[in-house]
Design a binder for this molecule. Structure first.
Ligand SMILES: *Cc1c(COP(=O)(O)O)cnc(C)c1O
Length: 372
């Protein structure tokens, strides 16, 4: 399959729907985060589930990231094959087949993984032993996310002790990620929620010390809360991912000044075509459920504040025409900011990277469909 654009082409000639990166904005996001973590004195291990791209992972590592996070073994396999050497799987890897793949991958790249169950520790240790490797393991804490992770205190301590005693595992530290706090819209709300988490993690690190277990790394955090974990003196590593693109949902987060959209900028778009303009009430565009994710709301229309995208179907969407919107003609091409970047990216094979109105790069979505 050919990509929807060629290097050197003008933006208006790019085929639609296309997944677009505005390189100036994207690079400014990367540079800003890399400067911030340097000032805070913490490591950055960006989450690659956002972009699934070896090119972007390399751009992050060139700016000082210590490695990347992946969510799935296959995602890590795809990135490792394309040269990414240091990957934390921020997830539980369960079952013989997956665990064997994980262990095999550890022979190609520096791999670590999370656990929250004692049976899983036994399974990982057995596989590492069969393969004759040492596997780095983080104990994941549930810090209010209400999903994976052992509860703070004794459950986490017991798992950490078990990892320390397992002959083929290395205790790498704690993972504590509070997904629920990332998109609390108020700045104070996110700060408060993160303070509670940092206290629970700090207490657990002290309890580990009492059992003579050193905790080399505390890893977690995301685009909504990075500055709070980053300045906590508890976390040593931040896992923010969406900051590279900033979807429409994240752009609704308030910053410290109570305003939105002031820190990181949107850099990811869906370029779409007005393919039918027969109605006075709406224009029909060619991007629908198969090119945009809608779980975090409708996409925003760039450059037309009054315009609303609505009624997505497989391959179509409508833009409501009102007195507040500009007029749309057949063949017009417009940019949308997707509501949720990660699942939107996974719908595409290519990033078309634009600078000053021209295609500068075409990157593949390396780990598209790597969900296993
Ligand atoms: C998704 C995720 C992140 C990154 O979150 P963003 O909101 O995209 O910055 C970090 N850590 C874990 C464990 C995640 O699942």
């Amino acid at each position: 399959m050919e990509p929807p654009a060629e290097i050197g082409m003008e933006l208006k000639d790019v085929d639609t729907p296309a997944l677009i990166i505005d390189l100036d904005r994207f690079e400014s996001n990367l540079n800003l985060m890399s400067k911030q973590v340097e000032d805070l004195g913490v490591n950055l291990r960006p989450h690659a589930k956002t972009h699934k791209s070896a090119d972007i992972a390399k751009a992050q590592m060139a700016r000082g990231a210590v490695g990347v996070c992946c969510q799935k073994v296959s995602e890590a396999e795809a990135l490792a094959t394309d040269g990414i050497q240091n990957i934390l799987i921020t997830n539980q890897v369960v079952g013989r087949h997956k665990v064997d793949r994980l262990v095999r991958l550890s022979k190609k790249a520096e791999i670590s993984v999370c656990v929250d169950h004692s049976e899983n520790i036994l399974e990982l240790n057995a596989a590492a032993s069969r393969a004759n490797i040492d596997l780095a393991v983080f104990v994941e804490m549930d810090v209010g996310g209400g999903r994976c992770g052992a509860f703070p205190g004794k459950p986490v301590l017991d798992l950490a002790s078990q990892v320390v005693q397992a002959p083929c595992l290395k205790f790498a530290g704690l993972q504590a990620y509070n997904g629920q706090a990332q998109e609390l819209r108020s700045y104070a709300g996110r700060r408060q929620a993160t303070e509670v988490v940092c206290n629970a993690v700090e207490e657990t690190v002290l309890l580990l010390k009492e059992r003579n277990i050193q905790c080399p790394t505390v890893t977690g955090s995301g685009t909504g809360t990075w500055e709070f974990e980053g300045s906590s003196k508890v976390y040593t590593e931040l896992q923010a991912g969406s900051y590279v693109f900033m979807d429409a949902s994240y752009l609704r987060n308030e910053n410290i000044d109570g305003k939105v959209g002031r820190v990181f900028q949107s850099s990811l778009y869906i370029y779409t075509l007005v393919m039918s303009a027969t109605s006075h009430e709406y224009a029909v565009v060619d991007a629908g459920l198969k090119s945009i994710a809608f779980d975090q709301g409708m996409p925003a229309v760039v450059g037309d504040l009054g315009a609303n995208y609505y009624e997505p179907s497989d391959e179509h969407g409508l833009i409501k025409l009102t007195e507040a919107t500009r007029s749309y003609s057949l063949g017009d091409k417009i940019m949308l900011i997707p509501g949720h970047c990660d699942p939107t990216v996974n719908l595409h094979n290519w990033y078309v990277c634009i600078r000053q109105g021209r295609v500068e790069q075409v990157w593949d979505v390396t780990a598209r469909g790597a969900l296993y």
